[in-house]
Design a protein around this ligand. Structure first.
Ligand SMILES: [Zn+2]
Length: 133
């Protein structure tokens, strides 16, 4: 049954159907109430804010998770490629642009449907990293 899809297509299709849970995860990330170590550390739920998924010895913030963590290089490249393909405005997508999109900032000249698609791809990133599984 899974054969006709690559893992990403398979997960993407699932994601489009059952994404309420991922919506909530994404909201928590945006509002810094996630299970990322930096968020948990803020509330004294963990002893250290440092990312345990790579050797960079950096705080596991939303920025680290989406832009920097070495564990998710492949998923990040897919996310960037997907966004770049959506609109010419994003053809030279910078990290700064990407994190601001992820944090929900919108530019007036970009249509809402473009952002809807972008958020699906952000959620695809969240799912395929497996970080919150
Ligand atoms: Zn990391």
């Amino acid at each position: 049954m899974h054969n006709k899809y690559g893992i990403h297509e398979y997960k993407k299709e699932n994601l489009f159907k059952y994404d309420t849970e991922i919506d909530i995860l994404y909201l928590k990330l945006r509002y810094h109430y996630s299970t990322l170590k930096a968020d948990q550390f803020k509330f004294n739920f963990v002893n250290s804010p440092i990312c345990e998924y790579c050797d960079k010895n950096k705080q596991e913030t939303i920025h680290h998770y989406f832009m920097d963590c070495e564990k998710f290089i492949q998923q990040r490249q897919i996310l960037k490629n997907n966004i770049i393909r959506l609109h010419q405005h994003f053809h030279n997508l910078t990290n700064r642009q990407l994190i601001s999109i992820i944090q929900g900032k919108r530019e007036n000249n970009i249509d809402n449907t473009i952002y809807k698609n972008i958020y699906q791809f952000v959620k695809l990133y969240i799912v395929t990293t497996g970080r919150f599984a």
